[in-house]
Design a protein around this ligand. Structure first.
Ligand code: 13P
Length: 285
């Protein structure tokens, strides 16, 4: 089985008002637990590595080869996307494509619109030749991710339309009030702006970053207003650290690593299953 791209999953998800979850890996066990959940839920799934931890995980080639082998050996039958989250440069995105990723995100959100368009277009031209999907980002998702903290900057609708039209990307991460990491108080997603942007993008869906900690009713509304991909990382990490911490507090002398790691993986699997059910992707694969 080969990885599928978001070109194959997004149109149906947007049309039928559900979202496919992106779950970031922090070690390969994150990917294994996520795949287990996807198979149980009969849900398509996006396994992602954020660019900043690619080298820690062993590099693009090792990630692609290991994840592919995992999918084969686990006899996964649901569609799996291997996605680069927040690609830091055009070159890094090309490297991921060459290594066998089926989807890449180029994050040009800190650049001027002109530069963001030019670089995203270069990535899209390269990726399209190999049927790899591309996600672009505009505005600024707030919060902290991989040690980098930034404030929220809402996406400008006109800039969104130009970025999508001039680059031909498959989906757009438009910053609309979501935050990477933990929210301080109730998230304030800009639903009016979301609806306006989504309506004007027609069939191109939105990707929601910072999917952890958003109340269920806001997630459901975000999907209704055009999001077909939702990213989750922090909630899986919180679930893993909570159960591992509890285990080590209960058994401070334990060095049964497989038992400790299994506890963590089971906690991730549970979160992923809950998210798939909430996003409406269960039983759609
Ligand atoms: P959270 O860590 O807030 O779930 O965000 C994940 C994300 O958006 C990855 O790009």
């Amino acid at each position: 089985m080969t990885f599928v791209s978001l070109k194959e999953l997004m149109p149906e998800a947007k049309k039928n008002h559900y979202a496919v979850g992106q779950f970031n890996m922090n070690t390969f066990q994150w990917a294994e637990a996520t795949l287990r959940a996807a198979e149980k839920e009969k849900s398509s799934v996006i396994i992602a590595s954020t660019d900043r931890i690619v080298d820690y995980l062993g590099g693009f080639k090792l990630i692609a080869a290991t994840t592919k082998k995992m999918v084969e050996e686990m006899e996964i039958t649901v569609p799996v996307v291997l996605h680069l989250d927040h690609g830091l440069s055009v070159e890094r995105c090309k490297e991921a494509v060459d290594a066998g990723y089926s989807s890449v995100m180029y994050d040009g959100s800190k650049l001027s619109l002109e530069e963001n368009i030019a670089n995203t277009k270069e990535v899209a031209n390269y990726a399209n030749k190999q049927n790899v999907s591309v996600e672009a980002e505009i505005g600024s998702v707030g919060g902290t991710e991989d040690g980098i903290t930034s404030g929220i900057k809402y996406a400008d609708p006109k800039a969104c339309y130009r970025l999508v039209e001039e680059t031909g990307v498959d989906l757009l991460a438009a910053a609309l009030g979501s935050v990477h990491g933990v929210y301080q108080g109730e998230p304030k997603l800009a639903f009016d702006l979301m609806q306006e942007i989504s309506d004007n993008l027609n069939e191109v869906p939105l990707a929601l970053h910072g999917g952890s900690g958003i109340p269920s009713h806001q997630i459901v509304k975000a999907i209704e207003y055009g999001h077909a991909k939702i990213n989750v990382n922090t909630e899986c990490n919180q679930a893993w650290t909570q159960v591992v911490r509890e285990y080590l507090q209960q058994y401070p002398d334990s060095h049964k690593v497989p038992e400790i790691m299994t506890t963590g993986m089971d906690a991730i699997e549970k979160v992923v299953i809950e998210k798939m059910q909430l996003f409406g992707s269960s039983n759609k694969a």
